[in-house]
Unconditional design. Structure first.
Ligand SMILES: [Cu+2]
Length: 479
């Protein structure tokens, strides 16, 4: 960083943290507050080899990654900062970077080819936008994700709160699953229609930060913040922390009223995140597990390994305070526009055909075209918007899962909250991805915030590419 950019950054930070008097000063002297380009952070996507610990052995696996490692570099900012990433594509095919859960302007959303042309091999693109929300987010490819994301193109993005909770340590746990062959190379049968028509590509090995048996060191008496991110293509992890009593403080980056998990599993669908406060309440020398039930298995994911001496700063056992909410428009439920969205198709489904490319196709023709799922009778509806909305408009999407599989519905550009689930009113937290079991009926509300074309799709990547995708078009000025 040059002195000039360092000073620009410092100046900008000072004004972001300004008081009312400071704001008046900014207003009086606009030249002082003129936006400065933040220092750029390089991010390169390339093929590489990654050491992954499967069981007791470490294997070198061929991956595609950001910054030379899987997961990619941890991008960390403070709320109010401006992200600027100079992205370079050194992959053998086009790609893009999506900032999952953040609210950038549409052109920075990275949903190629809807919001930008894909970045060609050898080409670059600068992503730049303000980080308005604190929380745990992630970035990943949004082009041929069934191939690229599965090979490892993802990383975590943390936006720190103005007043973060007091903890001894802040730990990021990235959960993925891999389809590996007998000799522990990556199975590259990406895009097979059998997986696509069923639950998606499910791995035979699950890892946390590159290990199927991660040892997480703890000292008795410590308080840690765990940031869990499910980056798997399709797997759902229902996490358990036997012997610990973690408190949930955020879902998909958004603060929730602190809630002890108790005996409840913490369900993380593809794309979802959770922030937990975990107090190290076991005795020195203890080992406790992090386990998960999945769609196919019961897994051991990681171990909490206590050192021989107590540690920490005496925070364990204190009440857990809520995080400050992120600012967002308030929905006007009384005047909401309602959009029905019925999911159909897949194996064991009742779909006999769907619209694709503007015409009706039977199942055989759809399968040949790689499409086996549909929203409202349209397979891969990217030819026309699901709805055209005005900025500021409140929208309720009434979703029905009329398929035999669970799905993880993800909306770009804003967050939604559940208001109804299977006939019962609920007061859901703000989030960007929600999991629906077969036969579930879920209604979510959101406010159309920023103009542009925003994808709404299943985050089980094979389902998305095989038809479970749509977008809403928002017109007007930013709400
Ligand atoms: Cu799905």
């Amino acid at each position: 960083m040059t002195i000039k950019t360092a000073v620009a950054d410092l100046t900008r930070r000072r004004f972001l943290g300004c008081t009312a008097a400071g704001a008046a000063l900014v207003a009086s002297y606009p030249a002082l507050a003129a936006p400065q380009a933040p220092p750029a952070r390089p991010l390169v996507a390339a093929a590489g080899r990654q050491a992954l610990a499967f069981g007791t052995a470490t294997h070198l696996v061929d991956t595609w990654n950001y910054g030379g490692a899987v997961p990619g570099p941890l991008l960390r900012y403070s709320v109010g900062d401006r992200l600027r990433v100079d992205f370079e594509n050194r992959l053998p095919e086009p790609t893009s970077v999506h900032w999952h859960g953040l609210r950038p302007p549409n052109a920075m959303d990275g949903a190629a080819p809807l919001t930008q042309p894909p970045v060609q091999p050898g080409a670059r693109m600068t992503y730049e936008f303000d980080l308005t929300d604190a929380g745990t987010y992630w970035y990943h490819t949004h082009f041929r994700g069934w191939n690229q994301q599965d090979r490892g193109l993802y990383g975590v993005l943390i936006v720190d709160e103005r007043n973060p909770p007091q903890v001894d340590r802040d730990l990021v746990l990235v959960i993925d699953d891999w389809v590996v062959t007998r000799d522990f190379t990556l199975d590259t049968s990406f895009g097979d229609m059998h997986s696509a028509a069923h639950a998606g590509r499910l791995g035979n090995v699950a890892t946390v930060n590159n290990s199927s048996d991660l040892a997480i060191g703890l000292s008795a008496g410590e308080r840690v913040r765990l940031r869990l991110v499910n980056v798997a293509n399709a797997q759902i992890f229902a996490l358990k922390f036997p012997g610990h009593a973690p408190v949930l403080i955020a879902e998909d980056g958004n603060p929730v009223t602190p809630r002890p998990l108790g005996d409840e599993h913490l369900v993380l669908g593809p794309g979802q995140r959770a922030d937990l406060i975990l107090d190290a309440t076991a005795e020195p020398g203890a080992t406790l597990q992090l386990d998960a039930d999945t769609l196919t298995d019961q897994l051991h994911l990681a171990r909490f390994v206590y050192g021989d001496a107590p540690g920490g700063s005496g925070l364990a056992g204190r009440p857990v305070a809520p995080l400050e909410p992120n600012a967002r428009p308030t929905p006007d439920l009384a005047n909401a526009r309602r959009i029905p969205l019925t999911m159909e198709g897949g194996a064991m489904g009742r779909m006999s055909g769907a619209m694709m490319g503007g015409r009706m196709m039977g199942m055989r023709e759809l399968v040949a075209a790689g499409r086996v799922w549909a929203f409202n009778g349209v397979a891969g509806g990217m030819e026309a918007p699901l709805a055209t909305l005005k900025t500021g408009e409140t929208v309720v999407v009434d979703m029905v899962n009329a398929t035999a599989f669970p799905h993880a519905m993800h909306l770009h550009g804003t967050h939604f909250r559940e208001i109804e689930r299977n006939g019962s009113q609920v007061d859901g937290a703000w989030r960007d991805t929600t999991v629906m079991a077969p036969e579930d009926r879920v209604s979510v509300v959101f406010v159309a915030e920023q103009p542009g074309k925003w994808m709404f799709h299943c985050h089980m990547i094979e389902h998305q590419s095989a038809g479970m995708m749509a977008y809403v078009e928002i017109e007007g000025e930013r709400a």
